[in-house]
Write a new protein. Structure first.
Lengths: 100, 100, 100
């Protein structure tokens, strides 16, 4: 079975950012996303449980180009102002055409 | 400490498929799995919140052979009919014998 | 944009271990962590739903050295006594200084 490499971008953010983040990653090229509710503590020492609504863990599978755009956007707009974490991995998927 | 490479298969699917998917991945060789509740939107534009029960995010750590079988099974049975996403990564585990 | 490689350590454990695990990974060098509620079944055939409080899925992004310490600690203290799963992957992050 032919597997195709794509980038999995995972974003951990405060819950109130969900709608905005979803709109922005779609604008940057993401065709889909998965969200799970999360909590935790970041390098700033802030526990998510202290924020209303907790954290979200947002995943999206995209092309390397779209992953780069999403990370650059997060680095510019979010990292200076919000306790946002983002990381990228290479994953293999069966049907690459479902993604960007 | 000796680390062993295994495959982490992640499946995002509608919640009502959980019991069936768990039974099938075990039949194909998975010894364990982890499920988190999820929601999201796929390339078909369907939000999980519109489905009763939301989505699940199912993870299982298996051998490359079992990962291949699981993906082939999903591609044959699920991808044509359901909004299922699946991706594979290589991970390192401490004790390989806990997995297939 | 410059990306930096770090290790993503994921630990699946019984929920009652959360506070202790968080304290220990921080002592070993983790600066932050993310937790999602999980359930599942391991190689011992025990379903998480049979445990009070279910499972947790704990993620932390650390240096290779800290990842090694965390895995060695888990292997020594937890694996013989608890149904704990742990795996490591290499991920790319934007700002390496947020992590160890």
């Amino acid at each position: 079975m032919a597997l195709v490499a794509r980038k999995l971008v995972t974003i951990i953010a405060e819950g109130f950012l969900e709608e905005r983040l979803v709109r922005e990653i779609k604008r940057l090229g993401a065709k889909g996303y998965t969200i799970t509710e999360a909590r935790g503590e970041g390098s700033r020492g802030v526990r998510a449980s202290e924020w209303e609504g907790g954290n979200i863990r947002l995943e999206t599978i995209v092309s390397p180009e779209v992953a780069e755009k999403i990370l650059a956007h997060l680095a510019e707009i979010y990292f200076p102002n919000y306790a946002v974490i983002a990381y990228v991995e290479t994953v293999e998927v069966v049907r690459g055409d479902k993604y960007t």
